[in-house]
Write a protein of this length. Structure first.
Length: 270
């Protein structure tokens, strides 16, 4: 499947008289715009193709659903007041835009060298990132939004699936609720996991809808975690980072995993 073929399939599936499409060959992206509101969604074709290689039509169906739901709520009026339980943090890469396409700054905080924390208003099947315009309209303090989001993330379910590979234990979370990666902000949960891990605790958030927790018992475990993270990163709708993290003293430290060698700390600054 080539990017051109995938682009044509998606345009055909998403065709609507009130939509226009912008294909960026260099960035390998397709932007779908609602011409009435001027708002749109940009998707990366390489990730969709990677999903298509394993999921075929299901992968395309998921993207079509995601775009249709997202465009349906764009341009609508949203309020934070009365929707406090729907305010949640979302993890994004350090390279994620700091402003909307209209130039309005998002509310975000530094997290690690590889990630930032943004804040979202959940809309059911999609969500809206909270920006300065919405905050000013509501007359809210930014710290209030942060506190509510931190409280709400602790209420999200944290069930895990377990797999053992080469003497190492890997735990996976993949609820597809849009906030899987956000669970790593629940330090009480991570600390509880840490107390049960007998080796080195490492984790990865390659994209929005997956968290990998690893109980590393040997050097092979690092290699396996790195391979998993890269695979998920390439196939996610909202990629975050292919790097992994060590978890020590309730802090995350990004690491480079160099083949069959020890992990190396990544001291890159945001």
């Amino acid at each position: 499947m080539t990017a051109i073929k995938m682009k044509n399939i998606l345009i055909d599936r998403l065709q609507d008289p009130e939509r226009s499409f912008q294909y960026d060959k260099e960035k390998d992206t397709l932007r779908i715009v609602n011409d009435k509101t001027g708002k749109g969604i940009t998707i990366t074709l390489s990730g969709i193709i990677a999903n298509w290689e394993t999921g075929k039509e299901k992968a395309i169906d998921e993207v079509v659903y995601y775009v249709n739901e997202g465009l349906s709520v764009m341009g609508e009026a949203h309020s934070l007041q009365g929707n406090e339980k729907k305010i949640l943090p979302v993890i994004r890469s350090a390279s994620f835009p700091q402003d909307s396409r209209e130039g309005v700054p998002f509310l975000f905080d530094s997290h690690t060298a590889e990630t930032r924390i943004y804040y979202a208003l959940d809309l059911g099947k999609t969500y809206r990132l909270i920006d300065e315009q919405l905050i000013q309209k509501e007359g809210w303090e930014k710290e209030r939004i942060r506190e509510i989001a931190r409280f709400n993330v602790r209420s999200l379910s944290v069930s895990l699936k377990e797999d053992r590979v080469a003497g190492n234990i890997f735990y996976f979370m993949n609820t597809n609720d849009g906030y899987d990666a956000s669970r790593i902000l629940n330090t009480a949960w991570l600390d509880t996991l840490k107390s049960k891990i007998t080796g080195t605790m490492a984790l990865a958030v390659p994209h929005q809808d997956v968290v990998i927790i690893a109980d590393i018992q040997n050097q092979t475990g690092y290699d396996i975690l790195a391979q998993m993270a890269m695979s998920f990163f390439a196939s996610g709708h909202v990629p975050i980072t292919a790097l992994s993290f060590l978890y020590e003293d309730s802090e995350l430290e990004p690491i480079f995993i160099l083949g069959k060698n020890r992990p190396k700390e990544n001291n890159t600054n945001t």
